[in-house]
Design a protein around this ligand. Structure first.
Ligand SMILES: Cc1cc2nc3c(=O)[nH]c(=O)nc-3n(C[C@H](O)[C@H](O)[C@H](O)COP(=O)(O)OP(=O)(O)OC[C@H]3O[C@@H](n4cnc5c(N)ncnc54)[C@H](O)[C@@H]3O)c2cc1C
Length: 274
């Protein structure tokens, strides 16, 4: 992966492994299981996982950090190369394909945005819509004027050789050789759980403020599930801010239960924490 200061080119699994090991060092327990249900009882969240153990996990706060799923355009062979020569983010992977033949596969506003970004890196750029591109006349004129080839003819499949991308084969038998494909993906939430709990979900994002607070008391959302276009660095930043806000909220909750404190000193603490 790219675009994370100090970790250029790191294998994403290694980064995840290091992050988990760091968390364990602070005493965190990591349960590797899908969360299937959560509900509130007696001021606590009870969280159930697919392991189906009798005892649910108990928590004072619930933080979704569940990310988003990127749906690929339906083109045979595209999914096989996803995360390798097929990617979606020009900010993360554009530099690596500079001056090489690149295609955007897909249609609509996301494809348009990717083309504008990729034009900074390569002059050999094509839009492959596998049908109508969904772009306006002015946008198509702009692409033609700036040398971007536009293909609306049906695609047969994405062709790979030895696990690497070779090109895009059209139904008419022509093959467009490419070094990389940027897929115009559609994002969606990875889990229905936030919506089930009453969180508003809009444009594939859990609606949450800059500190991760959702509209449901005690439920927070951090990283790309709340801000789907964030990269790893941005997700880590949002999660850090959310963690601080959650911790502050828990401290305030404890202070509200402290009988010896006057309401005035509680509100003073609140302003100092934020
Ligand atoms: C192909 C590809 C390449 C990318 N390359 C880069 C790159 O080079 N640099 C970069 O900065 N960004 C890159 N990104 C973007 C990057 O992956 C995201 O910005 C980042 O992963 C967001 O982190 P997150 O923690 O918010 O979500 P995620 O990393 O998506 O983590 C969410 C986790 O929650 C889990 N989850 C979901 N539902 C449940 C549930 N019900 N119970 C339990 N667990 C659940 C998921 O399985 C997942 O492990 C890339 C993305 C893709 C798809």
């Amino acid at each position: 992966m790219h675009n994370l200061a100090g970790h250029e080119g790191i294998d994403p699994h290694e980064l995840l492994g290091r992050a988990r090991s760091d968390a364990r060092g602070y005493g965190a327990e990591i349960v590797t299981a899908s969360v299937t249900a959560a509900h509130r009882a007696d001021g606590r969240w009870l969280v159930r996982t697919e392991t189906g153990t009798a005892d649910p996990l108990r928590a004072r706060a619930l933080v979704f950090a569940t990310g988003v799923v990127e749906e690929l355009p339906e083109v045979p062979g595209l999914a096989d190369l996803w995360g390798g020569d097929v990617v979606s983010c020009p900010y993360c992977h554009g530099w690596e394909v500079r001056d090489q033949p690149v295609a955007v596969v897909g249609s609509g506003p996301r494809a348009w945005q990717q083309l504008l970004l990729l034009r900074r890196f390569t002059e050999d750029l094509a839009l492959v819509g596998n049908g109508p591109t969904g772009l306006e006349r002015g946008q198509l004129d702009h692409l033609r004027r700036t040398g971007v080839a536009v293909h609306e003819e049906p695609v047969d499949r994405v062709v790979s050789k030895g696990g690497r991308l070779y090109g895009i084969a059209f139904a008419n038998g022509a093959v467009l050789q490419r070094a990389a494909v940027f897929a115009a993906t559609t994002r969606r939430q990875a889990t229905e759980l936030p919506a089930t709990l009453g969180c508003e979900v809009s444009s594939a994002a859990i609606v949450a403020d800059d500190e991760g607070r959702t509209g449901v008391s005690g439920v927070w959302a951090a990283g790309s599930c709340a801000r789907p276009s964030l990269t790893v660095a941005g997700s880590v930043g949002h999660a850090t801010t959310t963690a601080i806000a959650v911790n502050n909220a828990l401290i305030m909750e404890e202070l509200e239960l402290a009988p010896e404190l006057e309401p005035q000193s509680q509100s003073q603490s609140q302003s100092q924490l934020r």
